[in-house]
Every structure is written in structure tokens, then in C-alpha cells.
Design a binder for this molecule. Structure first.
Ligand code: HEM
Ligand SMILES: *[C@@H]1O[C@H](CO)[C@@H](O)[C@H](O)[C@H]1NC(C)=O
Ligand SMILES: *[C@@H]1O[C@H](CO)[C@@H](O)[C@H](O)[C@H]1NC(C)=O
Length: 479
């Protein structure tokens, strides 16, 4: 644990110094100091990075929010940033003035995911790709996934019941990977799927490592695995073009698309977007599912209410004889929906997002200089008692009412809002359904005794929430 922490510190200091030197080169923004938002830019070399990463990030943001209000400046990883902690400010950057801000990601992430992937773009290319991704994940398409997702959920849950303590997050990642692959490629042969899994796992490991491209580093291995993935996707594209697949999935949506000039997308644009959607889909949904297990385990009343809802489902609709889920069933789980909404709020795994001002922008009398980062702070908004009374209390009943606009944005808002939100919610409903109907579990104490949280890369419970599962039909503790 401590070794990992030291490494993280080293990592952030090194990165901060690097980026500070870079920033010093091309910053002319300091002349306009007078109109900048309040806040400290911190000790110049390291900015406030160390403070941010040495304490709970919500404490970091909250104390500044209390001191400065909805908008304040700081330095993170050497970049000057403007933090936005009100619904109005988030709406300004993400929705009403989205064209003044472009997405902003570290170069290393762009290289690993692929520069043509949807997240990195703005304007015409972005909206073309976005329509295709949205179509491939529309309600009409995803309702046809239910039987396949159920099958993946049940076989994943079955595989946990061998008497050992599992890492819930790592196991949830298997489930969310398989469902993402399903929505991207449709049904695949197991040989292709295994190679996909193998290479993607290496890319995933490299994504969360120090980004130096030297022989032997995880990052270099990830780049090589990425090249193999691109080759595999290229083969699939060639196959699909020959066979004229009729299936409705992301691959075929991207393949069949022609722009106004009759141009198809290039193979590398298709590959980058497929790898991009895998990235966007897997860790996010797995982190939220892990939090759901944690929250429903911690509150027996809520767990009982969830169980009751799922038990009643078949009885009410089919006289108790039906055994597989329909679309209508999944639309009839209001309590579970509220539990999921409350988990998304509490955990706020996408705590904030990054944009970069493309010109000098003025918001509410404050200047956001060109080139500065603008960060809408979703987590701070979701934990503001003004919008969510007693914000640290897990209370699904908050979602019986409607939320005020831009106070609840677990999936973002505006031009880059999550196109996968419906499929993510569907996956979670299906997994919970089978979990509470057919399985029991017990949380285990993490080996370190640490009941806190960790980043992987999103916030998750310590050690991925170790737990032991068994089938309801089996006696407890059979192994
Ligand atoms: C519970 C799980 C998920 C959460 C909390 C989540 C959250 C988000 C958020 C907050 C954004 C906006 C980021 C920004 O504005 O910078 C986003 C974008 C995106 N998400 Fe999700 N997401 C989830 C699952 C998924 C799934 C399952 C998919 C695909 C199957 C997906 C695909 C995407 C894509 C492609 C984008 C980029 C959209 C664009 O740039 O136009 N997400 N997600
Ligand atoms: C038990 O199942 C988990 C999850 O599938 C697996 O990782 C682990 O290796 C299995 N352990 C044994 C002893 O079979
Ligand atoms: C997104 O912004 C629009 C415009 O302000 C608003 O009507 C909508 O409710 C917002 N969405 C969310 C999820 O807050």
C-alpha cells in the first residue's frame, strides 16, 4: 500500500514539474490577473496538485467552494484551471457555451485510446460520430440485448460462487467488458473474444500506468497491444464488408456510414472509436456496480425493498410463470432505479470533467483565459446540501421527485453527455435483478483493514470490495 502511495506521489510530482515547465513556455495569461476568479494558484512548481491528491478530493474542492463560491482558480498538474461548482456555471461550459470550450485530455491517453475517438473532438466530426454511437445505443437497439445481457449476468454471477473471496470490482469489469463487446460487435466467436480480452487487458493496465514509452514499460506494452487490437478490428471490418452484416451494432453503424460527399469512415477512425467506447463503458459501469453492492449491503432495509421489488415482478406480470426478463419488466423497477440514481449521486465516479477555453471567455464577470482548463465539478454539485439535503446520507427516496436542471449530472450534459447512459442503466438493472433473486453475499474485510476508497481509475471501495457470494439454493458457507 505504502509503496503504491509513494509511487503515486512521485508520479504526480514528476508530472507537475514537467507540465509546469511546459506551461511556463507558452503562458501569457498572467497579465490579466485582475479579472481572474478568486483562489490560489499554489506553490508554482507543484500547484495544488499535492494538496488535491493528498486528501479526499471532495474535501479539497469543498473547502475552496466554501471560501470562494461557485468559481475559483487553482493549478492541477501544472495547468492553470478554473473550477466551476454551480449548476449555472456547469451549464454555461457544457451546454450553452460548449463551442467556446474543447475537450482536454493528456496526450498519453489520446495516444492509447486513439486520436480519432469521439471524446477528443468538437464540431462536425464529433457530431457525426456521436449520432452513430447514439443510434447504436438507442432504446430500440438495446432492448434487443436483454436476453444476451441476462446470459452474461447469470454466468458471471455463477462463476463467483466457488467459496472464495472475490474482488467485486475486478469481477464486475468482466461483466461490463462482455456487455460492451456485445453492443459493439454483436455475437462473437470465443477465439476472437479471448484475444480481444487478452490484448485489451494489457491496454487497460498501461492506461493506468506512468506514461513513458520505453522498452519494458507497461505503457510500451500497452501501445503494442493496442496495435494488435487495431489489427483485429481491421480484420473484422474486412470480414463484415464482405458479408454485408445486417446486425445492428456499433461496428456496423460505423461501417455503413457515408458522409455528404459519399465518403466512408477510415478503418483507423472506426478502430479508435471502438476502443474508445470500450474505455468509456467498462470501468465506469463496473465502478458504479461495485458501489451498488456496497450501499445495498450496508442497509438491510434497502436491500429488502430491492428484493421485494424483484420478487414481485414476475408474479404481477405473468402469474409467476415467466422466468426471463422483458423490456417491460426492466421499465417496471422504480425502486431499483432510484437506488441506482442515488448510487450515481453518492459515488459520483466521474467527479468532474475537463474542458479547455478556446478563446478568452467571460463568465459572470470573471475571465477564463484562452488555454486554461475549465472543470465542472459534478461531485461538489451532487454533494451540495442546497440541492441534496443531508448529502452524505444514502437515501433513494430523493429521486421520487424531479431534480432541478444541472444539479444532477452523473452522465454529464450537453454536446458530450454520455450516449451510453441507457445501456449502462439497463446492464445494472439486469445484474441486480439476478443477483437479489438468486444469490446471497457477504462483504469481507479488506486485507489492509482499510475501509476507505481507492482510484482504479475511478473511485471504488478499498481493494475493489472483497466479498463472498453463494447461490440462494445452496446452504450458506458450504465451502
Ligand atoms: C454508469 C456508467 C457510466 C457513467 C457514470 C458515464 C459517465 C459519462 C460522463 C459523465 C460523460 C461525459 C464526459 C464529459 O462531458 O467530458 C460520458 C461520456 C461518454 N460515455 Fe459514458 N458513462 C457510463 C457508461 C458508459 C457506457 C456503458 C458507454 C458505452 C457503451 C459510454 C460511452 C460514453 C461515450 C462514447 C462518451 C463520450 C461522448 C462524447 O464525447 O460525445 N458510457 N460518460
Ligand atoms: C473462484 O472464482 C473466481 C471468480 O471467477 C476466480 O477468480 C477464482 O480463481 C476462483 N477460485 C477457485 C479456487 O476456483
Ligand atoms: C442539461 O441542460 C439543459 C439546459 O440547461 C437542462 O434543461 C437539462 O435539464 C440539463 N440536464 C440535466 C441532466 O441536468
Amino acid at each position: 500500500m505504502e509503496g503504491a502511495f509513494m509511487f503515486q506521489c512521485f508520479f504526480f510530482i514528476a508530472l507537475a514539474i514537467f507540465s509546469y515547465l511546459l506551461f511556463k513556455h507558452n503562458s501569457k495569461a498572467s497579465k490579466t490577473e485582475s479579472k481572474l476568479p478568486p483562489g490560489s494558484l499554489g506553490w508554482p512548481y507543484i500547484g495544488e496538485t499535492l494538496k488535491l491528491f493528498s486528501q479526499n478530493p471532495s474535501l479539497f474542492f469543498d473547502s475552496r467552494y466554501r471560501r470562494h463560491g461557485e468559481i475559483f482558480k487553482t493549478h492541477i498538474l501544472g495547468y492553470p484551471c478554473v473550477m466551476l461548482a454551480s449548476p449555472e456555471a456547469a451549464r454555461f461550459v457544457l451546454v450553452t457555451h460548449a463551442d467556446l470550450f474543447k475537450p482536454s485530455y493528456p496526450k498519453s491517453k489520446e495516444t492509447l485510446i486513439g486520436p480519432s475517438a469521439i471524446f477528443f473532438h468538437q464540431g462536425n466530426y464529433h457530431s457525426q460520430i456521436r449520432k452513430l454511437v447514439q443510434n447504436s445505443l438507442s432504446l430500440n437497439v438495446i432492448r434487443s440485448f436483454i436476453p444476451a445481457i441476462e446470459f452474461i449476468a447469470l454466468s458471471t454471477l455463477d462463476s463467483w460462487c466457488n467459496g472464495t473471496v472475490i474482488n467485486t470490482f475486478q469481477q464486475m469489469k468482466k461483466f461490463t467488458f462482455d456487455t460492451a463487446v456485445l453492443s459493439i460487435f454483436g455475437e462473437l466467436d470465443s477465439e476472437f473474444k479471448d484475444r480481444l480480452k487478452y490484448n485489451y487487458h494489457i491496454v487497460d493496465t498501461g492506461y493506468n500506468s506512468f506514461p513513458i514509452n520505453l522498452p519494458g514499460t507497461l505503457f510500451r506494452k500497452a501501445l503494442l497491444a493496442r496495435r494488435r487490437l487495431e489489427g483485429m478490428i481491421h480484420d473484422k471490418i474486412t470480414q463484415a464488408r464482405e458479408r454485408k452484416w445486417e446486425q445492428n451494432n456499433l461496428l456496423t453503424c460505423l461501417l455503413n456510414y457515408k458522409d455528404e460527399d459519399g465518403q466512408f469512415l477510415e478503418d483507423n477512425q472506426i478502430a479508435d472509436n471502438i476502443i474508445g467506447v470500450l474505455f468509456a463503458a467498462q470501468d465506469t459501469t463496473a465502478s458504479v456496480l461495485t458501489w451498488i453492492i456496497k450501499y445495498i449491503s450496508d442497509d438491510q432495509d434497502i436491500l429488502t425493498a430491492v428484493e421485494r421489488e424483484h420478487k414481485a415482478l414476475y408474479v404481477s406480470s405473468e402469474g409467476g410463470t415467466q422466468t426471463s426478463l422483458t423490456w417491460a419488466h426492466t421499465r417496471n423497477m422504480p425502486f431499483t432505479q432510484r437506488v441506482i440514481s442515488e448510487c450515481l449521486r453518492m459515488a459520483s465516479i466521474v467527479a468532474f470533467t475537463y474542458r479547455e477555453a478556446v478563446i478568452d471567455v467571460e463568465y459572470n464577470g470573471f475571465l477564463i483565459p484562452k488555454g486554461w482548463k475549465a472543470l465542472p465539478l459534478f461531485r461538489s454539485i451532487h454533494h451540495n446540501p442546497e440541492f441534496f439535503p443531508q448529502p452524505e446520507k444514502f437515501d433513494p427516496s430523493r429521486f421520487e421527485g424531479v431534480q432541478k436542471p444541472n444539479t444532477y449530472m452523473p452522465f454529464g450534459n450537453g454536446t458530450h453527455a454520455c450516449p451510453g447512459n441507457e445501456v449502462a442503466k439497463l446492464e445494472m438493472l439486469i445484474l441486480i435483478h439476478h443477483l437479489v433473486r438468486n444469490f446471497r453475499w457477504e462483504l469481507a474485510t479488506p486485507k489492509s483493514g482499510d475501509c476507505g476508497v481507492q482510484y482504479a481509475p475511478f473511485l471504488i471501495p478499498a481493494e475493489g470490495l472483497p466479498a463472498k457470494f453463494w447461490k440462494k439454493s445452496d446452504a450458506k458457507g458450504h465451502a
